[in-house]
Write a protein that binds this ligand. Structure first.
Ligand code: ADP
Ligand code: ZN
Ligand code: ZN
Length: 814
């Protein structure tokens, strides 16, 4: 008899597998999905390994097979184990990443009769038993739930258990059906004639119902159903106004179902490979030779870092590298940041590999996701493209994994288990499958660049833009010192330069983007005369202001100090709390540029019905003059009418309390600078800051990654931060702040005792400190940071109670 080690879909299972015996009538393979008895339930499980001996003395039988073919390939099984071990996540959470969309469902128990008609003599049965058996025969099979409804739960269980024991009946399990939700869009339309609506609008205006009147006029002008999301944006009104019109019988809502299709090939014309520039050629040659060597097994597969400024033709290198892999009978996975997964990106790949591209994306309907997954699994697709989860696409014969914009934070899943980084997972997967990896970026992650410098990765560079015929040079960048504005008596949030440039651009019918990094809010303290910002002496991160205690606090090590009344550097008393949100900025911009039409784009504006694409389309159609937004804006900058980008405050990002704040600032600003003025020679960027000499700002303005890297890696080395160490962030949350703090202190003691007793010398515990967001959804949060060479392996040995979350290789410490 054989045994199987099964990862079971139960929160109790944690990081381990369970041994089950394999009944002789089942043929089981590793990677297969099965039903297993677990406690008094039947749960889903995935067989990770077949063994001759069980790990425990007594085993139960596997109850049944969910799918005849394995769900996970052998490399995926190893990958799931690695994720669970490295990120300290429950094993099934890791396994589930690789299962088809919608697979994780409960079991539905069915009762059927295994007997053939000849054996059907029921004379020996009691009447209630006969009744049940005959019902099952008549219907073929009956869901246990249904039986329980008819007979009462206890009765139904008793009778079916008896009959199953006697061999009359048997159980089978099936997944409950997938709940595919069709996508519906809400439309608003007039319930009266347009003329009448206009008259009503006049009356409403007299009654000062301005929003309602505007909405009514808008509908009258359109005189056809309008998507509610569009109406609310155009008129800038809320649901209450629409509701009022509906109640007055003037308008009505209608739900319209829309079909989502990942790729519609009808509109896509196949494209031929471009003739490469010299730099592209040389990059491709390296990739190609490595692919060939890997295919013959003469060298282990390489990780390439493709460093090229925006518009240098990285995507073309990806496309041709993929084509080379396909020529060798291999397939590829392409990962892009969530926001970049636009129809244009997909189209570029789809037109080069017609009908051979699959898209995986959580915004697709479950049905579509499932279909795409199946297409990939069956080997139909040369390329699977998607955000971070695409690394788990069941691509057979994987030869090449591409990660575009590899420095992006969105590759790290930070909000739920497993807290994996798709780049590290991709590199592990490549190692397991013999695939190659290309990481591409204009501003590589400092850690990636370090690996490229030290020879772990191979560096490919595209130093110049592929200049199109008209010529589109990098824009002019002006760094404005806000201290000078103050001296000149300008207390507005717009410097004189930015004001003038904005007004000019709007007058010229050009478009402007005002960019604000909102993370960080009004939390740091800065001198408005000399720009000095208070930092932690130990960690070098910016101290955060806590209003409740009126103190400054380090969120890494809990260092505290009172808020100084005068600047420690220049003795000025203009020491101020800074920070501004997008809504405030919108107000101020409305006041400063009354002629301009404004459009706001941030996570609040896109939370509901407004998709990023809708907002972008509206701006692209020149329905607004000034776009106001956060990080997202930087990524949607390919807008030809935009001649000016204003960075309202580079300092919010610079002073975010995290050791990576310099890197983040550099990346954001580079993106802004690299993408402004795409339409022609007129591009201009204005960066406002109190720290004009900061290397992240200077180097971004000068498009100088190399100098930025040298500075940044120096600081990392000095402070022993990644890549010179690895981090783990442990956060505990509790409704009671004191208990929360006590538990975190207990954990710190425990960790230190373990470190001492095991004699580990390259691991240190930092904190505890309150988390940057100290209170979240009614719970207090405290954190500890573990820094050293292998925090994950160390923590694997420590019992970690409920209420803790552990984030290995966190992307942020705040
Ligand atoms: P990146 O991905 O580095 O931002 P892209 O691949 O998008 O750069 O290239 C920028 C522009 O240059 C695109 O419009 C692309 O079609 C064009 N391009 C890229 N490579 C070439 C080439 N070898 N010859 C002509 N045009 C090219
Ligand atoms: Zn000062
Ligand atoms: Zn500190």
């Amino acid at each position: 008899m054989g045994y199987a080690e099964v990862s079971v879909n139960s929160p109790i299972a944690q990081r381990r597998t369970f041994s089950y015996s394999i009944p002789s009538d089942l043929s089981i393979e590793a990677g297969q999905a099965v039903w297993v008895p677990f406690g008094n339930k039947v749960l889903q499980g995935i067989v990770l390994e077949l063994t001759d001996y069980p790990a425990v003395e007594e085993t139960k039988d596997i109850a049944g097979i969910i799918e005849p073919h394995p769900m996970l390939s052998p490399p995926q099984i190893s990958l799931a184990r690695w994720i669970s071990e490295h990120y300290l996540s429950p094993l099934f959470d890791a396994v589930a990443l690789m299962l088809p969309p919608g697979f994780e469902r409960k079991a539905v128990t069915f009762i059927y009769s295994p007997l053939s008609p000849k054996e059907r003599d029921t004379s020996s049965l009691a009447q209630e038993q006969r009744h049940v058996v005959e019902l099952v025969w008549e219907r073929g099979r009956v869901a246990l739930k249904e039986m329980e409804k008819a007979l009462g739960a206890k009765q139904a269980r008793r009778i079916t258990t008896q009959l199953i024991g006697q061999g009359w009946l048997a159980r089978s399990y099936e997944l409950e059906p997938v709940k595919v939700k069709p996508k519906r869009v809400s439309y608003l339309y007039l319930a009266v004639k347009a003329g009448e609506a206009r008259q009503e609008a006049v009356k409403l205006r007299q009654k000062r119902a301005i929003k309602q009147a505007a909405l009514l006029d808008f509908l009258a002008e359109k005189d056809k159903p309008v998507p509610w999301s569009e109406a609310r944006r155009r008129v800038n009104c809320d649901k209450a106004a629409a509701g009022a019109l509906v109640r007055k019988g003037l308008a009505e809502f209608q739900q319209v179902e829309v079909k989502r299709q990942p790729i519609s090939y009808q509109d896509i014309t196949p494209s031929a490979p471009l003739k490469l520039t010299a730099a592209q050629k040389s990059a491709l040659a390296s990739v190609k030779s490595s692919l060939c060597q890997t295919a013959t097994g003469s060298t282990p597969p390489a990780v390439f870092l493709l460093h090229g400024v925006t518009g240098s033709g990285k995507t073309e290198v990806y496309l041709q590298s993929l084509a080379e892999a396909v020529k060798l009978g291999k397939r590829g996975i392409v990962m892009v940041p969530e926001i970049a997964l636009t129809p244009q990106t997909i189209e570029r790949f789809a037109s080069r590999f017609p009908h051979k591209v699959a898209v995986l994306h959580s915004k697709l309907s479950l049905g579509e996701q499932f279909d795409e997954w199946q297409r990939i699994k069956s080997g139909e697709c040369d390329v699977a493209i998607g955000p971070r989860s695409a690394v788990f696409a069941p691509q057979p014969k994987l030869g090449l994994i591409i990660i575009d914009e590899e420095h992006e934070w969105t590759y790290k899943q930070h909000d739920k288990s497993p807290r994996y980084h798709a780049r590290d997972v991709a590199i592990k997967l490549a190692e397991l499958t013999g695939a190659m990896v290309i990481l591409g970026s204009a501003t590589p992650d400092v850690e990636s660049f370090y690996h490229a410098q030290s020879g772990d990765y191979r560096l490919l560079q595209l130093p110049q833009r592929v200049v199109p015929k008209e010529g589109s040079p990098l824009p002019r960048v002006e760094v404005v010192d806000l201290r000078d504005e103050l001296k000149a008596g300008n207390i507005s949030i717009f410097s004189r330069s930015l004001s003038q440039a904005t007004a000019d651009a709007v007058a010229n019918k050009e478009q402007v983007i005002l960019f604000l990094n909102r993370r960080g809010g009004a939390t740091f303290v800065q001198c408005r005369d000399c720009g000095f910002v208070l930092r932690c002496r130990r960690c070098e991160v910016t101290l955060t202001h806590h209003f409740a205690e009126d103190a400054l606090l380090c969120h890494q090590c809990n260092y505290r100090m009172p808020v100084p009344r005068i600047c420690p550097q220049c003795s000025s008393n203009r020491i101020k709390f800074l920070g501004i949100g997008t809504q405030k900025l919108e107000q101020e911009a409305g006041r400063a540029f009354p002629e301009a039409r404004l459009l706001r784009w941030d996570s609040d504006a896109t939370k509901g019905r407004h998709s990023h694409q809708e907002i972008l389309n509206k701006f692209r159609a020149h329905d607004a003059d000034i776009l106001i937004g956060t990080q997202m804006v930087a990524k949607g900058l390919d807008l030809p009418l935009v001649t000016l980008v204003g960075v309202v405050s580079a300092d919010t990002s610079l002073n975010f309390p995290d050791f990576r704040s310099g890197e983040r600032t550099f990346q954001l600003l580079s993106q802004v600078v690299g993408r402004a003025g795409r339409g022609g020679p007129k591009g201009e960027v204005v960066i406002q800051t109190y720290s004009p000499k900061h290397y992240a700002i200077q180097m971004a303005a000068e498009h100088d990654y190399a100098s930025f890297y040298e500075k940044e890696i120096g600081y990392r080395r000095q402070l022993h931060n990644p890549p010179f160490s690895r981090l783990a962030r442990l956060v505990y949350s509790h409704t009671n702040d004191t208990l929360c703090q006590r538990e975190v202190e207990r954990m710190k003691r425990l960790l230190n005792e373990e470190i001492d007793s095991k004699g580990i010398d390259n691991l240190s515990v930092i904190g505890p400190a309150p988390a940057f967001i100290h209170r979240l959804r009614g719970r207090f949060r405290w954190q500890i940071i573990l820094r050293g060479s292998k925090p994950s392996a160390f923590l694997a040995q420590i019992p970690i109670p409920q209420g803790w979350t552990v984030d290995i290789d966190p992307i942020g410490l705040a």
